[in-house]
Design a protein around this ligand. Structure first.
Ligand SMILES: Cc1cc2nc3c(=O)[nH]c(=O)nc-3n(C[C@H](O)[C@H](O)[C@H](O)COP(=O)(O)OP(=O)(O)OC[C@H]3O[C@@H](n4cnc5c(N)ncnc54)[C@H](O)[C@@H]3O)c2cc1C
Length: 467
């Protein structure tokens, strides 16, 4: 995109919403993908977009999309930039569509329990707005305060309370999208439909490759009447998985159930280390009588399976501190390159995924941590959230070690029959591995849909879609 085109764009959609000053461009070079922060920290050149457009309404988005299409300029959508897989990356030929000014909220319907948000609305602001009316979105990603509602939908996000309340796809009622041809469409109209394929799912997880989300209607809940917490030690990860499986398969639904391996217990909850045990934290919520019954039933089941109660204050501690994470540069300055990798598997495969991934990460030179916890439970399986850290003597080696860790972890997951992406999306980081989940047939379908909707390949090129 050249300067003439930028001036033309300013004249077309308004000077006030097109930015090409170096500070804005610099601030929109990348999301929270670790490797970009590493490159920036090492003083390497990380490219910036040609300009940043901050639309104020869906019409601005349509005008920008039409302008860009006519000139074959690629568009990279930006929510709030908390993605960790490189979904946001633009070069100087491309235009970034920063959705953060589209943050108005519509009415909250307290009978239907529906609320509509423009796509750039900050997640915590959205939650606080409905909480003021005694309601909740019940979607609590750790990044709730730094991510947008549109970003949640684009990445198929998960909240920390998903075991009872579902992931974003269970919460989205309808989505308004500007398609690559400039059309504005709304997908989703009623609480459930059998009118052909559910087209909302084309957009959920598309990571900006099939259109721009402008508005999202979410299905809310009433705030729970009562909450209790509990915690248990499991003699092994395997024993803990059996207990979690039996609990959910019995019909109980604690919204939070997290299981940390011994290494993560030592790192995150040093006051609660118990031999080499794994630690399970639970939050029980809902009508008081159900919570009381669930807490009691959980205690009986856990103990019948050889798990022992831990002080429930550890769960309270987690609730208080759950959204605190270090910045990448703080770790880099300590000589560490680290990341988290979330995958999932059925119950019959999860033990092998856990063992194999930890073992595979352990073979990477200079690895100082390879650990995991689970945090999202389903009737048929569970996720695992691995954390790795390498500490090489020479910081120049960090990038290759980083990619080696990702490669070993995802290949080991796929070989054990697990799914390679649970909730962070795939971005540019995971796209070489996406065939493991979609299969060659799935990739062909995806490419066909992409070609039909975005024939010129102008929506977030290089993202998600295998090369
Ligand atoms: C500390 C931390 C904790 C996190 N915890 C969680 C967690 O608990 N659960 C979880 O699911 N994720 C988590 N994440 C990842 C991240 O917050 C989510 O992926 C989030 O949904 C991204 O939202 P965003 O608005 O920041 O999107 P961005 O990072 O701006 O964009 C993400 C992708 O979506 C596209 N996109 C954004 N907005 C739109 C739009 N309006 N239309 C079309 N495409 C769009 C972008 O092009 C990009 O490909 C965490 C990240 C961090 C840094």
């Amino acid at each position: 995109m050249n300067s003439e085109q930028i001036q033309e764009l300013k004249a077309h959609i308004g000077n006030a919403i097109v930015f090409d000053d170096s500070e804005t461009l610099r601030s929109r070079r990348f999301d929270r993908w670790c490797i970009k922060h590493y490159r920036d920290w090492r003083g390497q050149n990380v490219e910036a977009p040609a300009c940043v457009v901050r639309p104020q309404c869906a019409e601005d988005v349509q005008k920008t999309v039409n302008f860009a299409r006519d000139r074959q300029i690629a568009i990279i959508p930006f929510g709030l930039g908390s993605g960790v897989c490189g979904g946001v990356e633009a070069d100087s030929s491309q235009l970034m569509l920063d959705m953060s000014d589209m943050n108005k909220m519509g009415d909250i319907n307290e009978i239907d329990l529906l609320a509509t948000f423009e796509a750039g609305t900050n997640g915590l602001v959205a939650e606080e707005a409905v909480a003021a009316k005694g309601l909740t979105i019940a979607h609590w990603p750790q990044s709730i305060g730094i991510s947008s509602v549109g970003g949640w939908v684009s990445t198929r996000a998960s909240g920390q309370f998903s075991t009872a309340y579902g992931n974003i796809e269970d919460i989205v009622y309808s989505v308004e999208v500007v398609l690559p041809n400039g059309d504005l469409v709304t997908l989703g109209k009623a609480p459930r439909a059998a009118s052909g394929p559910d087209l909302r799912h084309l957009i959920m997880g598309a990571e900006g490759t099939l259109g721009i989300i402008t508005k999202v209607t979410l299905s809310l809940r009433r705030q729970p009447e009562h909450r209790e917490t509990s915690a248990y030690y499991a003699p092994s990860m395997e024993a803990g998985f059996v207990a979690q499986r039996q609990l959910v398969q019995s019909g109980w639904q604690p919204p939070v159930m997290r299981q940390y391996d011994a290494s993560e217990v030592a790192r995150n909850f040093p006051d609660y280390v118990h031999d080499d045990s794994a630690l399970i934290l639970l939050v029980h919520e809902g009508p008081r009588s159900r919570v009381v019954a669930e807490t009691q039933a959980t205690s009986e089941l856990m103990q019948s399976l050889g798990l022992t109660p831990a002080d429930h204050k550890v769960t309270e501690k987690w609730l208080e501190n759950r959204n605190h994470v270090p910045e990448w540069t703080d770790l880099l300055k300590q000589g560490l390159i680290a990341d988290t990798i979330e995958v999932s598997a059925s119950w019959t495969k999860i033990d092998e995924v856990y063992e194999n991934v930890v073992a595979a990460l352990g073979t990477v030179p200079s690895i100082v941590n390879a650990s995991a916890h689970s945090s999202h439970v389903y009737r048929s399986g569970i996720n695992l959230y691995f954390t790795f850290a390498c500490m090489p003597e020479d910081a120049a080696d960090m990038e290759s070690l980083y990619f080696e860790c990702w490669d070993k972890a995802l290949e080991a997951t796929a070989a054990a029959g697990g799914g390679i992406a649970h909730h962070h999306g795939s971005g540019r980081l995971r796209k070489p591995y996406i065939h493991h989940d979609l299969g060659e047939g799935g990739i062909e379908i995806f490419k066909t849909v992409k070609k039909a909707l975005d024939p010129d390949g102008l929506m977030n090129p290089g993202n998600l879609m295998p090369d």
